[in-house]
Design a protein around this ligand. Structure first.
Ligand code: SF4
Length: 383
């Protein structure tokens, strides 16, 4: 980022900072460029050697990051596209390890997970940085900033798990920015959490490579992946990424047996064509099966797409109808509180097995993982 554009970014971020929902160990508070420069030395003191990288054969000081599909080549002193991985003397280091900055206890439905421990409190955290550049990002103050832009407190995995346990949260959710950038931290936290009886989940763009995702699947209990649009052009133009690696990740999680849910944020005029919605539903039904929940969520103008209107509810209803027509059994309308499409219906008797009001469970007709009315099993992690 150039000096000018960085300054502009920080000014804009300061204006938006109150929009970030934060409590707990540390809060993002954007400071000056001098502040950021003074922070990097402190961060480097605790930044461990990263996993998933290799040295270039022709130049041992040049590093290639293998964490996500961007495969950044990083020179000494440089960073990857996500801003969180730095080449320090030929060794790749993670600048976000132990540096959570947005922490909040949310209902698990807010992630959204609808078939995973309904009503559970999720101790949710994010860091700075992201490999993607989504023009609609609602957390861009975090995702498009660097670790040194924020004051953070060194928080080793055990302390984070203790903080979650102290708040009686059975789930730790890595969310707000792309969790892949903190893969070393999240897997260490998730291992520690599992030992202490807590589950860990991620809310991800699915752009990571196979090997890191495989390590994550060993320690996570649920994964939500954003399938942002069923078009390579949409991914390139709106998110600065590629569709193929995301589809590969979704299929990999489905094969792993870890609980999976998919979200499609429907953005007016960009990914809301019937052709794209049908393509997405066809792929999900065929590749990962009809029992994986799919959420069609409402876009609200934000970041670089303030010129577009919110998604009409009728478009979300159409997306849900298309998905159910393709055999997807649990298709939802999201970000529209009170809409009947928020509820889980039994595919056999059609009755409401889980009723939701906003992010809260208002009615529970599940018993032992089955519909209370007709006893059909409902797929999910319920206890
Ligand atoms: S994780 Fe970051 S540094 Fe690594 S390849 Fe992806 S964008 Fe580049």
């Amino acid at each position: 980022m150039s000096a000018t554009s960085r300054r502009e970014f920080l000014v804009a971020a300061c204006r938006m900072a109150p929009a970030i929902c934060v409590t707990g160990l540390a809060a993002p508070f954007f400071r000056s460029e001098a502040f950021a420069e003074s922070r990097i030395d402190e961060i480097l003191r605790t930044a461990p050697r990263a996993r998933y990288w290799t040295s270039a054969a022709h130049d041992p000081k040049l590093v290639k990051c293998l964490l996500c599909s961007h495969a950044c080549a990083i020179r000494p002193g440089g960073r990857g596209r996500c801003r969180t991985r730095m080449n320090v003397g030929g060794e790749l280091r993670s600048l976000v390890y132990g540096r959570p900055l947005a922490i909040h206890v949310d209902p698990i439905e807010k992630k959204p997970f609808y078939h995973f421990l309904p009503g559970a409190a999720a101790f949710s955290l994010g860091t700075s940085g992201c490999p993607l550049r989504c023009k609609f990002c609602q957390n861009w103050q975090l995702s498009q900033s660097a670790p040194e832009d924020h004051p953070t407190t060194w928080t080793p995995p055990g302390s984070l798990v203790s903080a979650a346990a102290d708040r009686m949260a059975p789930v730790i959710a890595f969310t707000y920015n792309e969790p892949t950038v903190q893969t070393e931290y999240l897997t260490d936290v998730a291992r520690e959490a599992r030992k202490r009886g807590l589950s860990s989940v991620i809310v991800s763009c699915g752009f990571m490579n196979e090997a890191p995702l495989s390590e994550m699947c060993e320690v996570l209990s649920a994964v939500k992946i954003d399938l942002k649009g069923f078009s390579p052009d949409f991914y390139r133009e709106v998110s600065g990424a590629e569709l193929k690696p995301v589809l590969r990740s979704i299929a990999q999680v489905a094969r792993s047996g870890v609980h999976l849910e998919i979200v499609n944020l429907v953005v007016p005029t960009l990914n809301d064509s019937e052709k794209m919605l049908r393509g997405l539903a066809d792929w999900v039904a065929g590749e990962v099966g009809p029992d994986v929940p799919v959420h069609f969520t409402r876009f609200h103008p934000d970041y670089q797409l303030r010129n577009l209107p919110p998604t009409p509810v009728a478009t979300l209803e159409l997306a849900r109808e298309i998905a159910m027509g393709k055999g997807i059994r649990f298709a939802y309308v999201g970000n529209v509180p009170g809409h009947p499409g928020n509820n889980t219906l039994c595919p056999k008797c059609g009755k409401v097995v889980i009723g939701r009001s906003g992010f809260f469970v208002s009615e529970m007709n599940l018993s032992g993982g089955r519909c209370k009315f007709c006893r059909r099993p409902i797929p999910g992690v319920w206890a």
